[in-house]
Design a protein around this ligand. Sequence first.
Ligand code: PLP
Length: 375
Amino acid sequence: MIYFDNAATTAPFKEALQTYMMTSERYFYNTASIHQSGKDAARLLEAARGQILDLMDLKNYDLVFTSSATESNNIALQSMLRRKKPFGKTILTSELEHPSIVNVLEEMKQDGFTVKYIKTTESGTVDLSHLRTLMDSDVVFVTVMAVNNIIGSVQPIQDIILILQDYPKVHFHVDATQAIGKADIDYNGADTMSISAHKFNGVKGAGGLFVRDLATLKPVQYGGGHEYNVRSGTVNLPAIAAMAKALRLTLSEARLVNQRLKDYNLKIRAAVKDLKAVYVQPKDAPYIVNVSFIGAKGEVVVNALSKRGIAVSTTSACASKLATLNETLLALHNSDEVIEGSIRISMGRTTSEEDVEQLITALKEVYEELGDVLK
Ligand code: PLP
């Protein structure tokens, strides 16, 4: 199978798998145990934490290890909002967020919060002037993703931080799940930030929540309090050690990989440009190309490509089982037909020129095959 679904998940680096295996064998101990082996495991955990904070250049932050970005987002949103309630009830977010943000905010509405959406520009970024007009004394929380998982647009995180400087009681959360190695973003100034190892060629089961002031967080699930009394449960040391390794490798090769993916991105765009039914979404981070077969269903295109040995996704793996129209594409004012016919092609570090050639050939074949269905 030629894999073009890297925004859903990525293949682990061999080195990350080796770290995972080695840590599982030699450091399987519980980092909370006070015997020597537990202490050795705890030392390894702290080394991984320090490395990740250094690599992300977030030296004044703490890092809470979690199981996934979904968990990190939940901790940041649920715990902060509980604390913020006496100070205001308005939450601002973009129209582009992942379900692990949107669905928490929906739940928060039941608790009396008001959620307002910052408008989206034509290039798929948050409209900063609209953000400014939404800011008032009732706003306590702003959450915006760093890179969008459907079209790859890169959000102006530092511009948002600058605007929020005038509102010290506002907590700013960034979901950076899709951004690691894809966009060079400075997160200093955000209050919390989420990452997930399996999106940057680590192994599944490890995520992180970077926190500017640990004292502001409350647990959302109670137990032994392993991670700074914020997150309970025996830590997944092998996956965390592998995450530190994957992060180092990802960041060290990012410039070269992105240059290559940029060329491939342009190549795919050029190839579909002349097909009348195909509409290509705006983009920023080069690893995603979103293409619509207008008149067809995205699912049909995904299956037709799958039969040819090519894996792409409809909108996102998490949402592809839901029958609703994709919200990112709606925010960009696409017609229902464009959204229904859209597929997401997402490349990664192992994508080769030959893979891209085969994808282009298959896209053209599927286009011909769909024939009269297309408009
Ligand atoms: N946030 C974004 C933007 C994502 O794309 C995803 C996964 O697709 C997540 C959060 C959830 O990540 P995880 O699979 O680690 O829970």
